[in-house]
Design a protein around this ligand. Structure first.
Ligand code: C2E
Ligand code: MG
Ligand code: MG
Length: 581
């Protein structure tokens, strides 16, 4: 808030007594002061006044006996950086006054051209403008919801902390704290309540820390903590314990009590050359590790994680290049009709031909591609390549007979606007019939955002392609829920097929899924068939189509053609399957 006029504390630095007197008169005289004025006539006195008292504004003459031109401005700004300065100058020195504005003065007045109203207005205006600037500076460095420092300020403080370690060897700890299940609270109670919770959490964290520690909000439900002068790991762990303890008592929100827990990742830094971004990344990785191990705990970043993070970074940067350099290839795994032994389709699986690591499988890079969004261009390439290959095979086998080219879609692709239109244009440009394309989506993706997924799947089916639920049985989709989903095919997850071995196996789950599929009019495909006995069980249970190493591992398009074309060599395609070409 701006002070009332009579409250303004002004420091006048002016060597001419006459000018000083004039200023005093203009500001209302001694009887009715608009300002409380302190008057000094040298820069040395100004400096001591600034050290001992606080002011709202400084009126500074630019021609002082003990300061050369802008030197006075420079020195008072250094001593009191948040106090606005209005410079006073002679009419022949306006150029100097303009320079002063560049050097941080808020305003300038030319002696002899000033009256009381103008002077007072200049003072009030500069005070107000300085306040607005400070507020803006606060806003750009703080999180407005909680008032805590934001990411930028945190990184700045962390940088300073590291620099201090250079002078005084010690350690600092960076922690990443994430509230478990916050999204659920936010979605079910509404965002206002979610905001209240975040504010309350911020207060508790702040109170649990030492005064010199920094706690920042990084957005969402993520908080970061910087503790300096840490003796050893156990000290950091004690802080983490304190943080968890402070969050234990229930939070009163909306007239109800809520219990929350948080997961904390900790990284210790002893090297002043560590980079703030790297430390944050490592603390984040440790936090995820804590969550993976069962929430509500802390995890210290260690060597194993360091290696994993390094590999991840390498994968990530490599993926960027891989797209440019066309380093991806598709392998195809046949899908066999168990009753006829024929190949009725293939699943396209992407691989990465890495310069030094060799052929890298999708499970190693698809998750990274997902997180970074690179899955979108990769997925587009996969779809185009698979459709092109599918159209070539279809034209060789003729229009009759079953054939499906199955392509995996990631969660991120499903969220991409215009997916159905892209699929349609890809089919058109490659010449593959929509009925020959199957898009596989994992069950968990469908559960996470069922409404959106349903809408996109409807659009895709309107294009004429079939939709398959991949890894079915792992995501706890309920029966009623399944009925509502616009899908054509269920792919039974490998874990269930794995159980179909030996005598007296528990075939219950597979049987249930097969029956469920039949009842809902869906095609059921079993994945991961590695042994003959599994194939036999599946046939017995009524599952028609299967895929797995027992029939063939994923192979290149040339290998597939060769295998399916060579009449004598069907050792791997046990079913003697043929694509019909
Ligand atoms: P998925 O779609 O469930 O693919 C089946 C995975 O099981 C493949 O692993 C395949 O090689 C493997 N597999 C097939 N038969 C057997 C078997 O008999 N025994 C065992 N143990 N495994 C078998 P892969 O190629 O490593 O792919 C892993 C996952 O990566 C895929 O699981 C899929 O979710 C994802 N993926 C692959 N290609 C793409 C792609 O182009 N786009 C996207 N978004 N994801 C892909
Ligand atoms: Mg699949
Ligand atoms: Mg699968």
């Amino acid at each position: 808030m701006m002070r009332a006029g009579s409250d303004l504390r002004v420091l006048l630095v002016e060597d001419s007594r006459a000018d000083a007197h004039l200023v005093r008169l203009m500001l209302g005289g001694a009887d009715n002061p608009a300002c409380v004025m302190t008057y000094v006539s040298t820069l040395a006195d100004a400096r001591s006044a600034l050290r001992n008292h606080s002011f709202d504004c400084i009126l500074l003459d630019l021609t002082l006996p003990d300061a050369d031109r802008l030197e006075g401005l420079e020195q008072v700004r250094a001593l009191a950086p948040s106090v606005p300065v209005v410079v006073l100058t002679g009419h022949d020195d306006e150029q100097l006054a303009l320079t002063a504005l560049h050097e941080g003065a808020q305003d300038y007045l030319i002696k002899g051209q000033v009256d009381g109203a103008l002077l007072l207005r200049a003072i009030r205006y500069s005070v107000e403008r300085q306040r607005a600037e400070l507020e803006l500076a606060f806003q750009s460095t703080h999180d407005l919801l909680t008032g805590l420092p934001n990411r930028m300020l945190f990184i700045d403080r962390l940088g300073l902390g590291l620099a201090r370690m250079r002078r005084k060897p010690s350690m600092l700890a960076v922690m990443f704290l994430d509230i478990d299940g916050f999204k659920f609270i936010n979605d079910s109670l509404g965002h206002d309540t979610g905001d209240d919770l975040l504010r309350a959490v911020a207060v508790r964290i702040r109170e649990a820390l030492r005064p010199g520690d920094t706690v920042a909000r990084f957005g969402g439900d993520e908080f970061t903590i910087l503790s300096e002068e840490i003796g050893d790991a156990s000290e950091a762990i004690r802080i983490a314990d304190r943080l968890r303890a402070t969050l234990q008592p229930p939070f009163a929100l909306d007239g109800q009590e809520f219990f929350i827990t948080a997961s904390i990742g900790i990284v210790l830094a002893a090297d002043p050359d560590d980079r703030p971004e790297d430390l944050l990344r490592d603390a984040d990785a440790a936090m995820y590790q804590a969550k993976d191990r069962g929430k509500a705990r802390y995890e210290l970043f260690d060597e194993v994680m360091r290696v994993r993070v390094a590999r991840r970074i390498e994968t990530e940067s490599g993926l960027h290049r891989a797209i440019e350099n066309d380093e991806f290839t598709l392998l195809y795994q046949p899908e066999i009709d168990l009753t006829t032994g024929r190949v009725v389709g293939v699943e396209a699986l992407v691989s990465w031909q890495h310069a030094s690591r060799g052929l890298v499988g999708p499970s190693e890079f698809i998750p990274v591609a997902e997180e970074t969004g690179l899955i979108v261009p990769i997925g587009s390439w996969v779809l185009e390549e698979a459709c092109r290959q599918g159209a070539a095979w279809r034209s060789r086998m003729g229009p009759a007979g079953p054939f499906m080219m199955s392509v995996n879609l990631s969660a991120r692709q499903l969220l991409q606007p215009g997916l159905a239109a892209f699929v349609q244009s890809t089919l058109e440009s490659t010449g593959l019939a929509p009925s020959d394309l199957v898009l596989e989506v994992t069950e968990t993706v469908l559960i996470d955002d069922a409404d959106h997924a349903t809408k996109v799947l409807d659009e895709l089916r309107a294009v004429g392609v079939r939709v398959s639920i991949d890894d079915f049985g792992t995501g706890y989709a309920s029966l009623t829920y399944l009925r509502r989903l616009p899908v054509d095919i269920l792919k039974v997850d490998q874990t269930f097929v794995r159980g179909l071995v030996g005598e007296g196996v528990d075939a219950g789950i597979v049987q249930t899924i097969v029956e469920l599929g039949v009842r809902l009019g869906l095609t059921v495909i079993a994945e991961g068939v590695e042994h003959e006995i599994q194939a036999e069980w599946l046939k017995k249970l009524g599952c028609r189509i299967a895929q797995g190493f027992y029939f063939s591992v994923p192979v290149t398009s040339a290998e597939l053609e060769e295998k399916l074309l060579a009449p004598g060599d069907v050792s791997e395609v046990q079913s003697q399957g043929r694509l019909g070409f």
